[in-house]
Design a protein around this ligand. Sequence first.
Ligand code: 3MF
Ligand code: MG
Length: 343
Amino acid sequence: MAGTKNRTYRFTFGPWNISTGADPFGPAVRKEVAFAAKIREYKKLGFDGVQMHDDDVVEADLDPSATERGAAKVKKILDSEGLFCEFIAPRLWEHPKTIDGGYTSNGPAERKYALDRSRRAIDIARVMGCRDLVLWLAREGTYIREAKDPITSVGRIVDAVNAFLEYDRHIRILGEMKPNEPMDQAYLPTPGHFMGLCYRTAEPSRVGVLIESAHSILAGLDPSDDMAYTLWHDKLWSVHLNDQNGLKYDQDKVFGSVDLRRAFNTVWVLERGGYDGCIGLDVKAMRTTRAADQTKHLANSRAMFLRLLELVRSVDDARVEAFRAERDYEGLEMYILEHLLGG
Ligand code: 3MF
Ligand code: MG
């Protein structure tokens, strides 16, 4: 796409990306870093904004005025660092009331909790000066398919989105879809599923997606194709770039660290598709990483994006078109591989 070559990108990540290294088989290996100290790292690492869960900002389940006061304090901390808040995501997968899911739980009191908590997350977003609410529907699925009614469940998710659109006339809702983990199977496993649903909501123009590379890979899909599909619909509003080595647990590896060409294609689609959202990274440090190096994976992922961006921008379009015109995809492939190898 013409006219995009001077575009600068804004980089974001969530404070959970600086982590203790605990995994399901072993405890923390690094000390928890205090929130304010994490925030001080952002600019040093070349980042512009912060992605946040509701309870990254303020403890869950406080009353409305305590919630507002707490959020205002955090807004000041971000302001003093020159950072913006990109989105708020209600963390509906840790609370005892959300063991069976949030919006699709079989319990009416639990479903009400999920809706109320999400509305509180919208209140927090307002105070933080951001207009995006991200829904990672972590537990909206099952371990055994007989546990819930699947058709009712889809309707409940639509009803929840509609409730949020009505609650705040400016907020945008972004679905972040993932096929499995923590659940065996999710009701809306891919961005395409959420896209279908968003056209059935009360206000489709305020419903879109965040696409995470690893989540597409886990669904057996190519992240750049998922992104292209939603860009065509003007609905790609945020991304979580990372990488994933095959179909196993969600790895959140450094962007481009597993499949350089797949990452190159991702940057190609974002750049040429005129993507104008933030470049969000959702990456984990290895458990073996020493505390002194616990932000390297973030700096490295950002550096990989920028290196790949240079490569995307220096592709010779005329050559690509000539290969296409000749249907010489063998030649085109070798041209791309040599370009990636610096030749
Ligand atoms: C899980 C995720 C989540 C979301 C986050 C913000 C904890 O695989 O990707 O990270 O990105 O909740 O939406
Ligand atoms: Mg993510």
